[in-house]
Design a binder for this molecule. Sequence first.
Ligand code: ZN
Length: 307
Amino acid sequence: MHSPSKANVIAALEAGGTKFNCALLDTDLNLIAQAAFETTTPAHTLAAVRDFFYQSVATNNAELIAMGIASFGPVDLIPGSPTYGFITNTPKPDWSNTDICGYFARELSVPITFETDVNGAAWGEKVAGAARDLSDFIYVTVGTGIGAGIVVNNQLVRGIRHPEVGHMLMPRDQILDDYAGCCPFHLGCLEGLASGKSIESRWGVSGKFLRANHPAWLVEAQYLALMCANLTQLLAPQKIILGGGVMEQPQLMQMIRDYFLVYMNGYGPAAVLEQTADYIVKTGLNGMAGILGIAELALAQLAQERF
Ligand code: ZN
């Protein structure tokens, strides 16, 4: 039973390949406490997260009612699967087959809502960001890797597994671009050609150190514009939102929109072709999208279960 003197709170975890962002929120999604832990081994990192939630719940004299986890992947999101709630066959050392959901369900004894990191961030854009009031949109993160959360008809898209937009195969002119990509699985997939990792592999230096007029950004803008054009024709979203470390390059967004219009070649609705600056946009949530999104999803799941 919940004590009437204690405020109900939600634990939100954004589990990334570099760090785990944790936040405690009230049921109106106001932030109560926040911390980040380096992603080392599952034993160390998961225990640090657990201890943070133990301590922050106790300090605030609160009652933890649910947890949301938005995790790097690949992950198993299919209810009933023997590995539901696991980080599955990730190339990240030590993290393959980690039962992240099971761990927190045991340690914190609350219902867990589980999503991909990009699904959490996409939902955060709907809750508080660029996709408020939209039913159909796509959030793409362009960082070390590339991933997307896709919302169609107010639902996160999930079929036989979560979409893997980063591994869509791109048209590549092998004379103009003789770099085949850095993905270990595919020649010429989007992540292999345009992720932060690929920029470093292609040019020998991290994108952070490339000047704004370096040819790297032309290549980058072209592939991301192709992605936007393909997603537009395939899913007809109301908006495409771009986030992640690579998108912090201020010159990149307008270049993507310009190439996008070239590739669309006039074939599309006016809202897309004439208001492209409102159609392809940057996230404005300053890294909080994943936390807000997964917390809201956890609250929604709890409400559904109680109903
Ligand atoms: Zn690939």
